[in-house]
Write a protein that binds this ligand. Sequence first.
Ligand code: G6P
Length: 603
Amino acid sequence: MCGIVGYIGNKNSTEILIDGLKKLEYRGYDSAGVAVFGQNGVNIVKSKGRIRNLEDKIGVNVPQGVCGIGHTRWATHGEPSDTNSHPHKSGRVTLVHNGIIENYSELREEMCDEGRVFISGTDTEVAAQLIDKCYNGDPVAAIYDAVSKIIGSYAFGILFDDRPDTLYAIRKDSPLIVGIGEGENFIASDIPAILSMTNHYYLLEENELAIIKSDSIEILDRNRTPLKKDVFVATWDVSAAEKGGYDHFMLKEINEQPRVLADTIVPRLKNGVKNIFIEEMPDVSKIKRLHVVACGSALHAGMVGRHMIERIARVPVITEVASEFRYSSLLFEEGDAVVVISQSGETADTLAALRIAKKKGIPTIAIVNVVGSTIAREADIVLYTCAGPEIAVATTKAYTCQVAIMLMMALRLASDRHTVSDEELEHYVELLRQIPDVVAGELENADVYKQMAESYKNCEDLFFIGRGYDSALCWEASIKLKEISYIHSEAYAAGELKHGTISLIEPGLPVVAIASGDQLFEKTISNVKEVKARGARVILLCKKGANVDDTVYDDLIEIPDVDEFIRPIAAIVPLQIFAYYTACARGCDVDKPRNLAKSVTVE
Ligand code: G6P
């Protein structure tokens, strides 16, 4: 949700900034801009739309200078336009911002009364004006003075007209790292932006201020005391953030699933030992109930996990959307723990949910992909998915890794609570080991789903139905399809369809029935017959060899006949591929669907 990058060193910064912004474009792509210190002061170029529009606008007039900041925007306050694009310059201050300034209208009004003139409709310009207003030759004092008046979230990269050799940065509730180079340094919202230049970085904590020159980085706290910070080293390699020959990041990430699932699962398994799973969770015996809180696909992974945990470990699980959870009555009981799930580790609502739980003294467990992200740093226990950088806005590999961790969590709880025998546990371990190969086998059938996508590409509405964990899978399959192909789709518990929604079924309307589970298979097939009888065009997803009459479906997706415990992962893979090729067949911008951003750091 908005990407920030900054450079100071000995090279021309424009190319470095643009390259960094391209790596951050998944955070928003309503507009992009750069500001570079040149011979005659700060030179700003910005443009509505994608980074390629900015590049077109720059053309051959590349701003020259060794210090600059850049921004790619997901609009919150003020429509996407050239004027509302970042960087914003007010007086002697130029800045880029990720976050939301909640009291921006009061601040703006106050400064208008003082005679300041605003040119954009953004909350960010208010921050630029405020820092300029507070500036009396001491940038640190001006920044701290200004942020003390700001309510909301921010990561700022800031330039002062009279400090051409210094880049300033500060953050609160929005991510920002400071990259450490040789004779050059960086700021960025996320590691991929700077990975081709350095993998060493500092994490800025809340309201720590970085003063960055080409050969030095000083980080201060609010009292202006210099801090000694740990240097982090990113283990992701540069190629992980490149397309590597695939047409889209999404397709690359779908194909990476066997490897990243192995990276996530295998190190956590040890043969023949009890209590083998997830050593990061030292003592789970006191847990009586789990609240699983997340947003989007991460929540869907939690919904699948709920079924596994309840069935295998007999621990009750409540799943809740983070944006609702944070404002709910929060009725915790003794023995409760909160599990938050987040690929980015920065999602604002999920982070807020985590903080609320911590404040109430509830133990917190986070399932996170990005190492060192805010959620990872603040949770009591962190279980990392090892999916590597995920760039496509629509998640695939991070989602399946989240489900894998939830399955392992189910076993860890089951083992401690003695709800499964040692033999069963060994059996489950063996099943977990099979997951990467099962997924790899499914990827070989991609062409089948590509052809299927061709024949459904013109539909405008579609339903996904299923029961039990298949119903949770419907949510993920549905969001995958709709977010990238713009086909309207809905996920429905198969048994609930007849309570109103079945009136929407008409001849030819596609219904994807997910019937991968054993227990409720026949029940789902009954619901399939109900929609088939009303003319629906049915795609049935079930395990190979399932006993099903071929008159109930039009197209069949068969997943391998693997144990039911690992089928939720096997079942989503063909549906990811189907969504991908459907979006391609409709000519959609698969990696950057309209209006979306991958990392949602605002409420
Ligand atoms: C956005 C993304 C989704 C993601 C959700 C939660 O909406 O587009 O793919 O599932 O945020 O993100 P998180 O980083 O917390 O998993």
